[in-house]
Design a protein around this ligand. Structure first.
Ligand code: XMP
Length: 506
C-alpha cells in the first residue's frame, strides 16, 4: 500500500496529520524524527511530512532529521517547525521574529499545485514564534499572511514544500484540501486505506504468532475489539482475562460477562479487589496511583502466564491518544498522564506486548467494531479509564468514596439515558474529592461530601468541551444523588473544557 511518512518532531498534533490523511483513504503513519535513512527507505514512502514541534530550531539540541533526508527524491512537506527546518537546511534564515498565534488570512501568491482548489484569503491557523525571513535559493513564496511573508514556500523542481501554518487543525479552513493536494497530486499516493483493509491485514499479521496470547479485557470497546481481532486470528490460543480490581462501575463484572458471552469469547475472571485496594491505601498522588494500578495488572497477568508456559504475549487495547498522553509517541513530546497500559508497565515484565489498534483513535475502533458485528450497546458504551474510579477519586481511594462515586455515576448515566442524551455525549460520570460542605436535612445541620458531575463532548478525546445539558436533567441528577446517597449534600457541574483541563480529574 502507498504510504506517507510523517516524521514526528514532538507536536501534540503530529498524529492528527496522519488522521486527516487517512480521512481521505490515503495511508499515513508516524515515524520518529531521527529514523535512519535506511529504515526510512525500507518503508518506501510516497512522500514525507515534517511535523511541528514544541522546540525552536534555535534551542540547543533541537530535534533534527538525518542529513540525507532531503536527498531521498520523494516529495517533502514541512509544517511549522518542519517548514523552518527546510528553510534552515537549504541556506535561508529563520529568526525569532513576528509571533503569530491563532487564525490568519492566507493570501495565495502563486499558482502552486499545493493550493489547487484552495480559496484565496482563506483562514489558516498559526502557532509560531520563529519566522522564515530569507527563503533559500531555488524556493519561491507561494502564500503570505500579514505577519508572515513566507507563510508557504515551494521548490517545484525538487518537490519540496514548506508551510508555516497547520493544515491538520480544523481551524485551517482548507487544511484537508492542502493535505489532499500534497498527498494525492504531488506524491501521487493511491487511496487504498480503509477499516476493512485494516481488519483483514491485522488478522493476517496476528495469525503468524505461534505462541499463546493473554489479553486483559475490561468490557470497553478497545479491549473488546483487540480480543476479537486476536480471537479471529488465533482462536482459543487467546486467553482473555477480566480483572475485577474493585475500581469498576456499578455491576461492571456482570455486564462484562454478558458482553463476552454475547460475542462468543470465553473469559477468565480474577477477583483482585482486595489487593488493589490494599496497595492504594494512603496513596494521594495521581501518577503514583496510576503506576500502582498498572503494576498490579501486570503482576496478575504475569502470575497467570507463569502457569501456562505457552503464553508469551500480552495484548492490550492501547489507542494512539493513550500513547501521546503517556509521552510514548514517536517524537519528543511531554507526559500528560501515564496511561496504565502504556507508561505504567514495569520493566521486569517478560511478556511481549501486542497492541493491534495502537495507531488508531476511538472513532476508528468503533468502525472496526461495526465491521466485526459488535452489538450497538457495546459500541456506544462510554469510555472508561483503565485505572477506573481511582482516577475519579481525588485523594485516597477507599471503599466509602468508591461506593459514593459508583452510585452517583450510575445515576448520571441513568438520567442521561432517560433523556435520550447518553449516545449524544462522549463521556459522563461523577467524581469526588475530600471536600465537605454544609447541608440541611430535616431542620438539622449536616456536613457531607461534594460530588462533581462531568459530562463532555468530544470526537477523539484529544480535545473536549463540557456538554450543555439541560437544567432539568442536571436537576434530576442532583436531586437523586443527594437523596439516594446519604453522605452527599452538594452536587456541582464541571464546566472546564480540554484544554486546559483533561477529561478525567486525575
Ligand atoms: P484525559 O483525562 O486524559 O482522558 O483527558 C482522555 C480519554 O482517555 C481516557 N483515559 C484513559 N483510558 N487508561 C485508559 O485506558 C487510562 O489510564 C486513561 N486515562 C484517561 C479517559 O476516560 C478519556 O476518555
Amino acid at each position: 500500500m502507498d504510504k506517507i511518512i510523517v516524521l514526528d518532531f514532538g507536536s501534540q498534533y503530529s498524529h492528527l496529520i496522519c488522521r486527516r490523511i487517512r480521512s481521505f483513504s490515503a495511508y499515513a503513519e508516524l515515524a520518529s524524527y531521527n529514523i535512519t535513512i535506511s529504515k526510512l527507505k525500507k518503508l518506501k514512502p510516497k512522500g514525507i511530512i515534517l511535523s511541528g514541534s514544541p522546540f525552536s530550531i534555535y534551542n540547543k539540541n533541537h530535534p533534527m532529521p538525518k542529513n540525507n533526508i532531503f536527498n531521498m527524491k520523494v516529495p517533502i512537506l514541512g509544517i511549522c517547525y518542519g517548514h523552518q527546518l527546510i528553510v534552515d537546511n537549504f541556506g535561508g534564515t529563520v529568526k525569532n521574529a513576528n509571533k503569530e498565534y491563532g487564525s490568519s488570512i492566507l493570501s495565495i501568491k502563486n499558482d502552486s499545485k499545493l493550493f489547487s482548489g484552495v480559496r484565496n484569503n482563506t483562514k489558516a491557523w498559526m502557532s509560531h514564534g520563529d519566522e522564515a525571513i530569507d527563503i533559500p535559493h531555488g524556493f519561491k513564496v507561494i502564500a503570505s499572511t500579514n505577519r508572515s511573508h513566507a507563510a508557504a514556500i515551494e521548490n517545484k523542481k525538487e518537490f519540496i514544500y514548506g508551510i508555516q501554518f497547520h493544515p491538520e487543525v480544523i481551524h485551517t479552513e482548507n487544511g484537508i484540501q492542502i493535505l489532499k493536494n500534497f498527498v494525492l497530486r504531488i506524491c501521487r499516493s493511491k487511496q487504498e486505506w480503509n477499516m476493512e483493509n485494516f481488519v483483514t491485514k491485522t488478522i493476517k499479521k496476528i495469525s503468524t504468532i505461534n505462541e499463546n496470547v493473554i489479553c486483559g479485557v475490561s468490557g470497553g470497546i478497545d479491549s473488546t475489539v483487540t480480543a476479537l481481532l486476536i480471537h479471529k486470528s488465533i482462536g482459543d490460543r487467546l486467553k482473555c482475562i477480566f480483572v475485577n480490581n474493585g475500581l469498576l462501575r456499578f455491576e461492571e463484572e456482570k455486564i462484562v460477562r454478558e458482553i463476552f458471552s454475547k460475542i462468543g469469547i470465553k473469559i477468565i475472571v480474577i477477583d483482585a479487589k482486595k489487593r488493589f485496594l490494599t496497595r492504594l491505601k494512603n496513596i494521594y498522588e495521581p501518577e503514583k496511583k496510576r503506576k500502582i494500578i498498572g503494576e498490579e495488572f501486570i503482576k496478575i497477568f504475569s502470575e497467570y502466564s507463569k502457569n501456562n508456559n505457552k503464553i508469551k504475549w500480552l495484548a492490550q487495547g492501547t489507542l494512539y491518544p493513550d500513547k501521546i498522553e503517556s509521552g510514548m509517541s514517536k517524537g519528543p513530546s511531554s507526559i500528560i498522564k501515564t496511561h496504565h497500559n502504556v507508561g505504567g508497565i514495569p520493566n521486569w515484565m517478560k511478556l511481549k506486548i501486542l497492541e493491534p489498534i495502537c495507531d488508531l483513535y476511538k472513532d476508528d475502533v468503533r468502525k472496526i467494531a461495526k465491521i466485526l458485528n459488535v452489538p450497538d450497546n457495546i459500541i456506544n458504551r462510554h469510555p472508561f479509564p483503565g485505572p477506573g474510579l481511582a482516577v475519579r477519586i481525588i485523594g485516597e481511594v477507599n471503599p466509602k468514596k468508591l461506593k459514593t462515586v459508583r452510585i452517583a455515576s450510575k445515576i448520571v448515566e441513568e438520567e442521561l439515558k432517560k433523556s435520550q442524551m447518553y449516545n449524544k455525549v462522549w463521556q459522563a460520570y461523577a467524581a469526588m474529592g475530600d471536600d465537605h460542605a454544609t447541608g440541611i436535612t430535616g431542620d438539622k445541620r449536616k456536613v457531607g461530601n461534594i460530588v462533581m458531575i462531568r459530562i463532555v463532548n468530544s470526537i477523539d478525546a484529544m480535545t473536549a468541551d463540557w456538554s450543555r445539558i439541560s437544567y432539568a436533567v442536571l436537576e434530576n441528577m442532583s436531586n437523586r444523588i443527594t437523596n439516594e446517597i446519604d453522605e452527599v449534600v452538594w452536587v456541582s457541574y464541571v464546566i472546564s473544557s480540554k484544554p486546559p483541563a483533561t477529561i478525567e480529574p486525575q
